[in-house]
Design a protein around this ligand. Structure first.
Ligand code: ADP
Length: 266
C-alpha cells in the first residue's frame, strides 16, 4: 500500500461567471499519509470550501489534480466520507439513528450480519449505543453530530474529511467531540483531514497543521505539531508548547489576513 494517501498537486481553481473571474485557489500542494490526522486552517474566505470540494470530487479544478490512493479524483470517491458542520441537514429525520448510520452501507456488498456488526460497532465508538432507535430530532446537536460521525465510521472510508464539524455546538460538547476524533484516529488508525477556522482546535487535534494564505490560496505553512500523541483537554492546552504553537499559528493567520506572507516561487 502506498504511504501517501492523499496528494493535492498544484491545485488551482478559478470561478468564471457572467460577473467576472475569481481565482479562489492560486496553487495548493500538500500530501497526507495513510493514518495521519491533518488540520487545515485559514482566514475566512481563504478557499477552504473550494479546496474540500475539489478533494471530494464535487468541483473540477482549473489546473492541477487531487489523487486519492494513487488515483486521480474526477468524481466523488467511494472510499471517502464527509462530515459537515450542518449535521441537521446531513441526517434524515424520518430514519432512526440506526437507519441513518446504515444508509451508506447499503451500497456495499455486505451480509446482513456484517452490516449490523458495523453499525453496532460504530454506535459504540461514538457512545450512542443506547440511542439506536431514537430519531435525530430527539437528540441534542452534539449527539446528532455523533450520528454523522458514526455513519462515517461504519462506512470504513480510506479517508474522513471533516469540514468545520463542531462550529455549531457549545464549547463543552465541542471538547468531547474533539476527543472523539482523536480517539478514532488513535484507536482505529483513521486518516482524517479536518478543516477548521479555530486555531486552538487545529493545534489540539492535528499531527500537522496546514495554514492557508488568503485567496488566491497557497500553503503558507505546513507545521508539525510536536505535542505528545496522548493529549487531553486540560493538560495539553496548559502546556507551554501548546501556547507557543497556537501563538505561532495565530500570527501566521494574521499575516495571511494582511496578505503579508510571500508566496515561495515554485
Ligand atoms: P472559505 O471556505 O475559506 O470561506 P471559499 O472556498 O468559500 O472560502 O471561497 C474562496 C473564494 O472564492 C472567496 O473569495 C469566494 O468569494 C470565492 N467563491 C467561492 N465560491 C464561488 C463561486 N461559486 N463563484 C465565484 N466565486 C466564488
Amino acid at each position: 500500500m502506498p504511504e501517501t494517501l492523499l496528494q493535492v498537486d498544484k491545485l488551482n481553481k478559478v470561478y468564471e461567471s457572467a460577473t467576472g473571474r475569481v481565482e479562489a485557489i492560486g496553487d495548493i500542494s500538500f500530501a497526507m499519509k495513510r493514518g495521519e490526522l491533518v488540520c487545515i486552517v485559514g482566514p475566512s474566505g481563504c478557499g477552504k470550501t473550494t479546496l474540500l470540494k475539489c478533494i471530494a470530487g464535487l468541483l473540477r479544478p482549473s489546473a492541477g489534480e487531487v489523487q486519492l490512493d494513487g488515483r486521480k479524483v474526477t468524481a466523488p470517491p467511494e472510499n471517502m466520507a464527509l462530515v459537515f458542520q450542518e449535521y441537521g441537514r446531513s441526517l434524515y429525520p424520518w430514519l432512526t439513528v440506526r437507519g441513518n448510520v446504515e444508509l451508506p452501507l447499503k451500497h456495499k456488498k455486505l451480509s446482513k450480519t456484517e452490516r449490523a456488526q458495523l453499525i453496532d460497532d460504530a454506535l459504540l465508538a461514538v457512545g450512542l449505543e443506547h440511542a439506536a432507535k431514537s430519531y435525530p430530532w430527539q437528540l441534542s446537536g452534539g449527539m446528532q453530530q455523533r450520528v454523522a460521525i458514526a455513519r462515517a465510521v461504519a462506512y470504513q472510508p480510506e479517508v474522513l474529511i471533516m469540514d468545520e464539524p463542531f462550529a455549531a455546538v457549545d464549547a463543552q460538547t465541542r471538547a468531547d467531540l474533539e476527543d472523539l476524533v482523536r480517539t478514532l484516529h488513535a484507536e482505529r488508525g483513521m486518516s482524517i483531514l479536518f478543516v477548521t477556522h479555530d486555531i486552538d482546535e487545529s493545534v489540539y487535534l492535528g499531527q500537522r497543521v496546514i495554514v492557508l494564505s488568503k485567496s488566491p490560496t497557497w500553503v503558507q505553512e505546513d507545521l508539525l505539531i510536536d505535542l505528545s500523541p496522548q493529549r487531553d483537554q486540560i493538560t495539553t492546552r496548559a502546556l507551554p508548547r501548546f501556547a507557543e504553537l497556537r501563538t505561532h499559528v495565530y500570527e501566521q493567520i494574521q499575516r495571511a489576513k494582511r496578505g503579508e506572507a510571500v508566496r515561495p516561487r515554485a
